[in-house]
Ligand binder design. Structure first.
Ligand code: ADP
Length: 267
């Protein structure tokens, strides 16, 4: 019989460019199965980092993108009608808990608080997941670890993480990679020459300086990769920048003009 989470194993090494001691810090936390919170802006490499760590530690990775419509049942499971009547179906988090995966809740503050409380008994010494509807308590597999990500930049009082939740996690801080590293990442991931990746990164730096001065976030590493992919595919650099950076970042015509001027200064 195949292992139930075989499909969640990452078999080839993901490309991950470390910025500091985060790989070592993660391994030390994982040695104690300590719950981890990855803080940092969107598109800066948090998900790629967890994929890399899951590959390195040879653990399956169950990733769940949180949103406000997500219910506790979506995470832990529910009874479903099938040919033989009703049968319990483990949700993705229950599978991770039972079989010793790393469970990654991406953007955890997007989930409603009545959903996030299900993680509490998993993040303390009990390491268990009560399935109330089924009348079962699942004891976490010794290899199970919970990892969450969140973006402090988007915090508002309604989307804050309760202290009772956040104090259950050790935390690693992420930011956009240094200029040299980001140039290498963009060139590697999108396939554009290094000189062009450098021009794209220069645009990103200008936009990041506008954070909180009209922009919620500057251009992320992810956006630069999108821009590079379209350029490599033959689109003009200016059109690609419109499509992947300017329009997604702002609806404000003046702000768009400002970002366009950064693009035109490069291309
Ligand atoms: P986040 O989870 O922080 O929103 P991602 O991990 O999805 O961001 O990063 C977006 C993309 O940027 C990734 O798919 C990857 O191509 C690239 N990337 C960002 N940082 C790195 C890094 N340090 N090493 C390798 N690729 C990276």
């Amino acid at each position: 019989m195949s292992f139930p989470l075989d499909d969640y194993l990452i078999r080839t090494e993901p490309f991950y460019q470390a910025s500091g001691p985060e790989i070592d810090c993660y391994e030390r936390a994982y040695a104690h199965r300590m719950p981890l919170m990855l803080k940092g802006p969107t598109g800066c490499g948090k998900t790629r980092f967890v994929e890399y760590m899951a590959w390195k530690l040879k653990r399956p990775l169950v990733t769940l993108a949180c949103n406000e419509d997500m219910t506790a049942s979506d995470l832990i499971g529910r009874y479903l009608l099938d040919a033989d009547g009703t049968a319990w179906h483990d949700g993705p988090m229950t599978l991770a808990v039972r079989h010793g995966a790393i469970c990654y809740l991406d953007e955890v503050v997007e989930a409603r608080q009545d959903t996030t409380v299900v993680i509490h008994p998993l993040t303390d010494a009990r390491r268990m997941l009560p399935l109330d509807k089924k009348g079962e308590v699942v004891q976490a597999h010794p290899d199970f670890q919970l990892v969450v990500s969140y973006n402090p930049g988007y915090q508002s009082s309604s989307k804050d993480m309760k202290p009772s939740t956040r104090q259950r996690f050790a935390s690693l801080e992420f930011n956009y990679p240094s200029e040299e590293k980001e140039v290498g990442i963009v060139a590697h991931e999108s396939g554009v020459p290094v000189a062009l990746a450098r021009q794209l990164v220069a645009i990103a730096h200008c936009t990041r300086a506008l954070k909180q001065k009209g922009l919620d976030e500057g251009v992320s590493t992810r956006m630069l990769i999108y821009a590079g992919v379209l350029i490599r595919d033959g689109m003009s650099a200016v059109e690609s920048s419109e499509m992947t950076m300017i329009r997604p970042l702002t609806d404000d015509p003046d702000m768009a003009t400002a970002i366009r001027s950064f693009v035109l200064a490069q291309f």
